[in-house]
Design a protein around this ligand. Structure first.
Ligand code: CUA
Length: 319
């Protein structure tokens, strides 16, 4: 029987080693400082305890250079730690453009995932090793938190918005996935496994799951079923913006502001259309809040994004 206590899970993502260096670096620095200060406190407490003949006549004056020195040094150290953490934060916040996209959804009490080809998983997530993967996270109900300790990554899934987390899993294996935000009675059971496979094996696995309706195809189906195409389609008599190519482009609003049509904008435009009106159009679009659920919203956004994909002829709303 092994009594070994694993101090930390394995480092299984491209960012894990860098997080650990930062963590152990700050821990070592704090430990050294704690030992130094505690040592001085104990030393002086013993030396100047009541009844000793220690010399107590020393000057009580202040040394300005000394005060400036230690204050300045603390400031410099604090900024070094800040810059170190900030650099890592910015890195883990910017997925590469060619990352594999997976839609993740948290709900009481499970994680569901959909691959770009439509393959679904529950409490299991298969990803290829050595390839950048970006998981977009949404929540159906309350705040959940996607947490894979071996990746050293944690990201909240917040109702009403889409958040992202990306990683390159560099070691094939199975790693625990948790929900790290208290979300109700079965919070502690909400989790599963991330399986990292060599790319060829992953491709085989994906093919074996069968080709389901892709996320964007599901979105296109909803776009017609919900009647969106009636107004946003090319043959529509109602004046509504043509959505082909809108994703990622600046949109002029009626209040003279300009916003970039990112995922948050698309999402808001579906749920709260009155919030930002495109310049030159009437605020006549109904809200779909409560009519579609989070996974349908993910499909619609995937469809609208696909209309901006560079390949011509994929667009369904442009002539
Ligand atoms: Cu979901 Cu805790």
């Amino acid at each position: 029987m092994s009594f070994a206590i694993h101090f930390a899970p394995p480092e299984a993502s491209s960012v894990a080693g860098r997080v650990d260096v930062l963590f152990y670096g700050v821990l070592a620095f704090s430990t050294a400082l704690t030992l130094l200060l505690t040592g001085l406190v104990v030393y002086y407490a013993v030396k100047y305890r009541a009844g000793t003949s220690a010399d107590r006549t020393g000057a009580r004056g202040r040394s300005l250079p000394l005060e400036i020195g230690w204050t300045g040094a603390s400031l410099v150290v604090a900024f070094i730690i800040f810059a170190w953490g900030a650099e890592l934060y910015v890195y883990r916040d910017q997925p590469p453009a060619d990352a594999l996209e997976i839609a993740g959804l948290g709900k009481q009490w499970m994680w569901t995932f959909r691959h770009a080809g439509g393959q679904r998983e529950i409490n299991e997530l298969h990803v290829p090793a050595g390839k950048a993967v970006v998981v977009s996270l949404a929540s159906q109900d309350v705040i959940h938190s996607f947490y894979v300790p071996a990746f050293r990554l944690k990201q909240d899934a917040v109702p009403g918005r889409t958040t992202h987390l990306w990683f390159i899993a560099d070691k094939p294996g199975r790693y625990h996935l948790f929900c790290a935000e208290y979300c109700g009675t079965q919070h502690s059971e909400m989790g599963g496994w991330v399986t990292v496979m060599p790319p060829e094996q992953f491709a085989q696995w994906l093919a074996a799951q069968g080709q389901d309706e892709s996320l964007a195809e599901g979105g296109a189906r909803l776009f017609r079923a919900l009647g969106c195409s009636g107004c946003h389609g090319p043959s529509s008599k109602v004046r509504a913006p043509d959505l082909a190519g809108v994703y990622g482009k600046p949109v002029a609003l009626s209040d003279r502001q300009t916003v970039v049509a990112d995922e948050a904008y698309l999402r808001d435009s579906i749920l709260q259309p009155a919030k930002q009106i495109a310049a030159g159009y009437d605020p006549i679009m109904p809200s779909f809040d409560g009519l579609i659920d989070e996974s349908e919203l993910q499909m619609l956004v995937a469809y609208l994004k696909s209309l901006s994909a560079s390949s011509p002829g994929r667009s369904e709303t442009s002539q």
